[in-house]
Design a binder for this molecule. Structure first.
Ligand SMILES: Nc1ncnc2c1ncn2[C@@H]1O[C@H](COP(=O)(O)OP(=O)(O)OP(=O)(O)O)[C@@H](O)[C@H]1O
Ligand SMILES: [Mg+2]
Length: 511
C-alpha cells in the first residue's frame, strides 16, 4: 500500500483478567476502497481487536491512526464520528420499529419532540438505491428476513457516513443466497470508495471477496497476504499452524433400530401459523440423518418441538418407542435426549456462570452429593477441565465465565456438555456455525464417534457441505415438510438444490 491507509493499527496490546492475552503487538491497516479479511481460529482475538478499533474496549498499548493522524476513541460514538462503523453478529435493532425509525434513533435532527422520520426515509431510499440494498424504509424490522435486517444495519452506518464498515462474521447467519447478495452490496460499497473489514472463518469467502487478508493466531498477526497471491490450504496452515484436511473419516456403522420417531408432526410459529406441517421422519441408532434446507423452512420450530420448547399442534414424537410428545424439556433430558441449539449464547448457556457451572447444567443430579443439596465441586471441576482439554476450548480455566468465551469456544463447550451426557438421541442444529476449520474437524469427528457408539443423530444444517460429509441419509425440508429423502453416499448436489427450492425430484435414489 502506497497511499496513506484510511485506518491503521500499530502494536495493539489487550489483556483481560486473569491473564488472557487477547491481542499482542498487532499491527494492520486498511486502505480506502479496500476489502480486508481478518481470519483466525476461535479465540484468536479478532472480535477483541475490532472492538478496540470501534471504541468498545480500550487498548492497553498501541496506536490507532485515521488518515495518518493518531486518534483516541472513548466509545463507539467517537469511532463513528471518525467514519468507523461496526456491525455486530447480534443485530442492535428495535424489532417493532420501522427501518427509518431505527436509523433515525439518536441521529436525525429533531423536529419538535419527534424524529423527522420522513426526511430520514427519503435519504434512506436514495442510499439504498445507490448501493443496491433493496430495503424499504417503511418496513417493520421484525417482518424482515435476517439478511435484510443486516442490510438495515449497513444502511444505518452509511447514513452516519461511515467510511470503514467492520463486519464481524456477517455470513454466519445467512443462507447461501443471502451471502451472495451481501457480497454484491460489499462490492458496490468498495466501488464507491468505502473500506471494509470482514471477519470470517470461511476460506472460500476470503478468496471470493477480499483484496488482502490478515491472519491472527494466539492474539498475534502471523501474516498479511494479498488474496490473489494465496490459496485456501496456505491460509488454513497459516491460521492453524498445521495442515487441515476438511474431510470426515466416516466408517461403515451398522444401522440399529429406530430411536427417534416423528409422525405427522405439526407445529406453529410465534404468529400461530403452521411452520411444520405433517412432518414425519425416523432416526436410527448408528445413523446420522441430515436435514438439509434453506433456513426458515420450519427447522427451528421442528427442533424446538422435539425438545419440548414449543407445543405440538398435532402428531407424535417417540423416543426409543416411548411417546414423549407432551414431556417437559427436563423430562426429555432424563430420557437421554440431548440438544445443541443454534443459539448457543441465549438458549444453550448462562453467560454469568462459570464454565464448570455450564458444563453440568441440566445434569446437576449427576454431580450432586448428600442427596442433592450439595454439588460435588471437585467432580464438576474435573468434568469441566476434561471438556476443555478434549474440545480444545481456549479458556484460562474452569472458573472462567462462559459469557466471556469467544463465540466458537462457547459452542465447543455446549456441544461437549451435551455429548458427555451419554444421550441416546442427539439433535444438533448448525453444529459448526462460527467455528474455525480446526474446530470443525474436531466437531465432525465427535459426531461420527457418537454415531459409532450407536446413537441416533439428527443433524440440521444450512451447510450442504457438512451434510454431504456426515449424513447417512439426507432428508430435504421445504415449507415445513420433508419433500424427499436420499442416501447420503453419492448424493447429487444439483438434485438436492432443486429439492431445497421446493421441487421434488421424482425417482431420485430414494432411501
Ligand atoms: N470480556 C472478556 N473478559 C475476559 N476474556 C475475554 C473477554 N472477551 C474476550 N476474552 C478472551 O479473549 C480471547 C479472544 O477472544 P475474541 O472474542 O477476540 O476471539 P475471536 O477471534 O473473535 O474468536 P471467535 O472466532 O470464536 O469469535 C479469548 O480467549 C476470550 O476468551
Ligand atoms: Mg469473534
Amino acid at each position: 500500500m502506497t497511499a496513506t491507509p484510511l485506518v491503521e493499527l500499530r502494536g495493539i496490546y489487550k489483556r483481560f483478567p486473569p491473564d488472557v492475552r487477547a491481542n499482542e503487538d498487532v499491527s494492520m491497516a486498511v486502505a480506502p476502497g479496500e476489502i480486508l479479511a481478518v481470519l483466525g481460529e476461535n479465540g484468536a482475538g479478532k472480535s477483541t481487536l475490532m472492538q478496540i478499533l470501534y471504541g468498545v474496549y480500550r487498548r492497553d498499548a498501541g496506536e490507532i491512526l485515521v488518515d495518518g493522524v493518531p486518534v483516541e476513541f472513548a466509545n463507539p460514538g467517537d469511532a463513528i464520528r471518525h467514519g468507523i462503523g461496526m456491525i455486530h453478529q447480534e443485530f442492535m435493532l428495535v424489532r417493532s420499529f420501522s427501518v427509518a425509525e431505527n436509523v433515525a434513533m439518536g441521529t436525525a435532527p429533531l423536529k419538535g419532540e419527534k424524529f423527522d422520520v420522513r426526511a430520514v426515509a427519503a435519504d434512506l431510499t436514495a442510499l439504498a438505491q445507490k448501493f443496491g440494498l433493496g430495503v424499504d424504509p417503511a418496513a417493520i424490522v421484525e417482518h424482515l428476513p435476517v439478511g435484510v435486517q443486516q442490510r438495515v444495519e449497513i444502511l444505518k452506518l452509511l447514513y452516519r457516513e461511515a467510511r470503514l464498515l467492520i463486519l464481524d462474521e456477517p455470513t454466519a447467519v445467512l443462507t447461501p443466497q443471502e451471502v451472495a447478495g451481501l457480497f454484491d452490496v460489499l462490492r458496490a460499497l468498495k466501488a464507491a470508495g468505502k473500506s471494509i473489514i470482514i471477519v470470517t472463518h470461511k476460506l472460500r469467502e476470503v478468496m471470493d471477496i477480499s483484496d488482502r487478508v490478515t491472519v491472527l493466531r494466539d492474539g498475534r498477526n502471523v501474516g498479511t497476504r494479498i488474496t490473489a497471491e494465496t490459496d485456501e490450504p496456505l491460509l488454513a496452515r497459516l491460521m492453524v499452524g498445521r495442515d487441515v484436511l476438511l474431510r470426515a473419516d466416516k466408517q461403515p456403522t451398522p444401522r440399529g433400530r429406530s430411536r427417534l420417531s416423528v409422525a405427522d408432526l405439526s407445529v406453529a410459529g410465534h404468529d400461530g401459523e403452521l411452520r411444520v406441517r405433517g412432518l414425519s421422519l425416523d432416526v436410527h441408532g448408528g445413523e446420522i440423518l441430515g436435514v438439509a434446507g434453506v433456513d426458515g423452512n420450519g427447522q427451528s420450530e421442528l427442533v424446538e418441538a422435539l425438545f419440548g420448547l414449543r407445543p405440538v399442534v398435532s402428531g407424535q414424537v417417540a423416543l426409543d418407542g416411548e411417546d414423549v410428545t407432551r414431556l417437559s424439556p427436563a423430562a426429555r433430558r432424563t430420557a437421554h435426549m440431548a440438544y445443541l441449539p443454534a443459539d448457543r449464547r441465549n438458549v444453550g448457556s448462562v453467560g454469568d456462570l462459570s464454565i464448570t457451572d455450564n458444563a453440568v447444567l441440566g445434569a446437576q443430579r449427576t454431580f450432586a452429593r448428600f442427596g442433592g443439596r450439595w454439588r460435588d465441586r471437585r467432580a464438576a471441576a474435573a468434568h469441566a477441565s476434561a471438556l476443555i482439554a478434549r474440545f480444545g476450548i481456549r479458556a484460562p480455566g474452569p472458573d472462567f465465565p462462559a459469557g466471556k468465551l469467544s463465540g466458537g469456544n462457547l459452542q465447543k463447550l455446549v456441544l461437549g456438555r451435551e455429548v458427555a451426557r451419554d444421550p441416546g438421541v442427539l439433535v444438533v442444529e448448525q453444529p459448526t456455525r462460527g467455528l474455525d476449520v480446526g474446530a470443525i474437524e474436531t466437531v465432525w469427528a465427535e459426531l461420527l464417534a457418537q454415531r459409532a457408539q450407536g446413537r441416533a443423530i439428527l443433524l440440521i444444517s444450512a451447510e450442504l457441505e457438512e451434510i454431504l460429509n456426515l449424513a447417512d441419509r439426507i432428508a430435504v425440508i421445504f415449507d415445513g415438510r420433508i419433500v424427499g429423502t436420499v442416501a447420503g453416499a453419492g448424493a447429487d448436489v444439483a438434485a438436492l438444490g432443486l429439492m431445497m427450492a421446493g421441487r421434488p425430484v421424482a425417482q431420485y435414489g430414494a432411501a
